[in-house]
Design a protein around this ligand. Structure first.
Ligand code: NAP
Ligand code: FE
Length: 365
């Protein structure tokens, strides 16, 4: 078994202000990376800035990161980090600013372009990243992965041990500011991570335990979410914790076909990441009930839900999406599945045709 997680994880109300001393160990100046407005609205940016000021660390804020972060913005962020002498990067946000922070940390120390980033032609170690989570979904706080939209408009990831954040703060207070559709979509993303990871054949006992625990926590909250019940702080903490379990699970295995097949729905049809994965999640569950029956039985026993109940719950929890896709558009996708990295990790016998048939079944209504 191989399990590596170098991130110090600190959760709880007010955890940033209570741990100011930890920032001092990272350097005297940093770049803060955020999206356009949510880091300010939810109070995380103020908590970070006040804390840095209290220990005399200089900072600059780069708040240009959009959803599905663009390579060009990450390269610009890297340049700014260098110009302001940043010794570390703080990402505040959902997965988009957190992943961007990881890419900016690489560009800050390496004079490379996007090809060099994805191919990991890094001559120097990236700067250290502190991740402050404001959604309860991606688990990027505890993964070595970043998904960045390439200059060709494709969502592509890089994965490197040096990209695990050094420090992750999870104060679920911030997640209370998420609009309902973001709560739903990010909860399903976290559930998707847990389920996809569990049914990857490169999982290990650590990742499977994390996946089952994360799934159970999310399923309990999805019953409330689907009925439109207002989530209290404990529920928010449970969802946040579950997103970390999902991140820990995929840090071992990576994801499977709901993620791989979901990317084009985000790239070309503007569907939020979690909702895009949800389009295929029930099919993924059915696929593994057939092809990994023993594992499914163990999962069902631990999480306490049958496959058909889980599929129904997912379908009722995800935000409504409208997709209008033609047969020609689906056909054009086929080459993308030929060397899809999820294929060797799937149970059963799967190839590009398997994935294409799943796309047809799930998106051509
Ligand atoms: P996101 O793209 O970071 O943010 C989605 C929206 O939610 C944005 O409008 C954002 O506003 C807003 N928002 C964020 N936090 C909020 C809060 N506390 N209150 C109110 N609004 C808030 O969403 P995400 O689902 O967390 O991240 C998705 C990205 O992560 C995708 O690019 C996906 O590919 C990637 N991902 C990465 C991993 C990994 O392991 N690294 C795993 C799965 C997914 P602002 O724009 O103003 O911030
Ligand atoms: Fe995801």
């Amino acid at each position: 078994m191989n399990f590596y997680l170098p991130t110090e994880i600190i959760t709880g109300k007010d955890c940033i202000r209570q741990n100011a001393g930890l920032f001092s160990q990272l350097g005297k100046a940093c770049l803060i990376v955020t999206g356009k407005s949510s880091a300010k609205k939810c109070g995380a940016l103020k908590d970070v800035c006040d804390t840095l000021e209290s220990v005399g660390i200089e900072y600059k804020v780069y708040d240009k990161i959009t959803q599905n972060p663009l390579m060009s913005d990450c390269m610009e962020g890297g340049k700014i980090a260098r110009e302001c002498g940043a010794e570390f990067i703080i990402g505040i946000g959902g997965g988009s600013p957190l992943d961007a922070a990881k890419a900016i940390a690489v560009f800050a120390t390496n004079d490379i372009d996007e090809v060099g980033l994805y191919a990991k032609k890094w001559e120097r170690k990236p700067l250290g990243v502190v991740a402050v989570g404001t959604t309860a979904g991606t688990g990027s706080e505890v993964t070595q992965v970043a998904v960045i939209t390439s200059s060709k408009g494709l969502k592509k990831s890089f994965r490197d041990k040096a990209s695990f954040p050094v420090l992750a703060f999870g104060d679920a207070t911030y997640t209370e500011f998420m609009p309902e559709r973001v709560t739903r979509s990010t909860a399903i993303d976290a559930l998707s991570h847990c389920i996809e990871s569990y049914f990857c054949n490169n999982s290990n006992d650590f990742s499977r335990q994390a996946a089952k625990r994360g799934s159970k926590l999310i399923v309990n909250e999805l019953y409330k979410i689907k009925d439109g019940v207002t989530l209290d702080f404990k529920a928010r903490e449970n969802l946040y914790l579950a997103s970390l379990y999902g991140g820990i699970a995929i840090s071992v295995t990576g994801t499977s076909f709901p993620h791989a097949l979901g990317y084009f729905l985000t790239e070309n049809h503007g569907i939020a990441h979690g909702s895009a994965c949800a389009v295929y999640l029930s099919e993924f569950i059915r696929y593994n009930c057939e092809n990994a029956k023993e594992l499914w039985d163990e999962f069902e026993k631990s999480v306490g839900i049958t496959a058909s109940e889980l599929c129904a719950l997912i379908e009722k929890s995800v935000p409504e999406i409208e997709i209008s896709i033609t047969k020609e558009q689906v056909d054009e996708l086929y080459p993308r599945w030929i060397n899809c990295t999820c294929l060797p990790k799937m149970y059963g016998i799967a190839d590009a045709d398997t994935l294409q048939n799943i796309v047809i079944k799930c998106v051509l209504k």
